[in-house]
Design a protein around this ligand. Structure first.
Ligand code: AVJ
Length: 331
């Protein structure tokens, strides 16, 4: 809960950083320390993620781009209603929209009666996307929305008429299993029988290949992980010494999850100004920062079924590294 303004106890100032401060206090107070990967994406973090997507080791973006290109006709035919009826194409976590443009071009070519509604937590990313679409596809109707997933779902309820929802890039992999199920149920409850949902899943594969994608030779992923501490230094007046922390990641092939950590290289104290206190770290103590789940097709079927969603089609690349899966509400 929010601190009342009359509380004299030291605490964060009630600014825009309040949620971040609360999160850090809670996450660093646990016996197994953790911070959410949601906070990776400040300006520097978003730039580093763009660089990650270009890395030779980071296969997911490139693979999904390829499979969307290869299957674009079938995917668009499955997303758009028959007889050119009007529909909204909602995208959760649209980002730079580079992959989605493959589908948007295809829809325009097929003269689909579509309104594209990209949703993202980053206003600057959405603005960039909207303005690039105005130039590249002036005929396309675009209704951008700056919001978190939950707010976007609530907004969907008000959306009359047919809709197709995109959730690409294996963003679904960042949820813990329970939150993932909750999210899918909430999403599913907003769909009417003729609506469609396309979700991108990174598939289980050679564990060495997966591990390499999150521990690249150039150290870009390490910089991306460590940038979280830079953010806390700037936004919460913390004094993390970046030289005393390192990136560690490992893949658990049975759980199908990449887990990433920041590791304290020595015993140290870190002061966090906005929290008015310090935290002690033992040598080699870790802060968990990200889960990135990888899936199998039977798991994907089960995931959908538990949320009232039936798999209609699976669009994968030839090597079966990544899949965009089309769901419809179960009847
Ligand atoms: C943006 C969640 C798809 O999990 O692969 C990339 C983020 N983290 N490298 C992923 C990420 C480290 C990425 N997603």
């Amino acid at each position: 809960g929010q601190a009342s303004p009359t509380t004299a106890a030291p605490g964060p100032a009630p600014t825009a950083d309040f949620a971040l401060a609360q999160h850090v206090l809670e996450g660093l107070s646990r016996p197994q320390r953790a911070l959410s990967s949601m906070y990776f994406y400040d300006e520097a973090g978003s730039r580093l993620f763009q660089q990650i997507m270009e890395l030779p080791e980071y296969y997911p973006t490139r693979t999904e781009f390829q499979l969307l290109t290869q299957h674009r006709e079938a995917i668009c035919a499955a997303l758009a209603p028959e007889n050119q009826a009007a529909f909204h194409l909602l995208e959760l976590g649209a980002g730079d929209g580079l992959k989605t443009k493959i589908l948007l071009r295809q829809l325009l070519e097929a003269q689909a009666n579509v309104v594209y509604a990209p949703v993202d937590i980053s206003a600057s990313a959405l603005e960039g996307l909207a303005s690039s679409l105005r130039h590249e596809m002036p005929a396309l109707q675009v209704q951008p929305l700056v919001a978190e997933y939950a707010a976007a779902l609530a907004q969907m309820r008000a959306q009359a008429g047919r809709k197709a929802v995109l959730f690409l890039g294996s963003n679904i992999g960042n949820f813990q299993p329970e939150a993932r199920q909750q999210f899918l149920r909430a999403l599913s409850s907003q769909l009417t029988p003729n609506d469609r949902l396309l979700i991108g899943f990174d598939l289980q594969k050679n564990p060495r290949q997966i591990r390499a994608a999150y521990d690249d030779a150039q150290g870009v992923t390490a910089a991306f992980n460590l940038n979280l501490l830079t953010r806390l230094n700037r936004e919460l007046g913390a004094d993390f010494d970046l030289g005393q922390w390192e990136h560690f990641t490992d893949y658990d092939p049975q759980a199908g999850v990449i887990r990433s950590y920041l590791v304290s290289r020595q015993a140290q104290q870190v002061r966090i100004g906005a929290l008015g206190r310090s935290f002690g770290f033992a040598a080699w103590e870790t802060i968990h920062t990200e889960n990135s789940y990888k899936f199998t097709l039977p798991q994907i079927e089960a995931l959908g079924a538990a949320a009232g969603l039936a798999v209609q089609q699976v669009f994968a690349d030839e090597q079966h590294w990544f899949a965009d899966v089309l769901f419809a509400p179960q009847d």
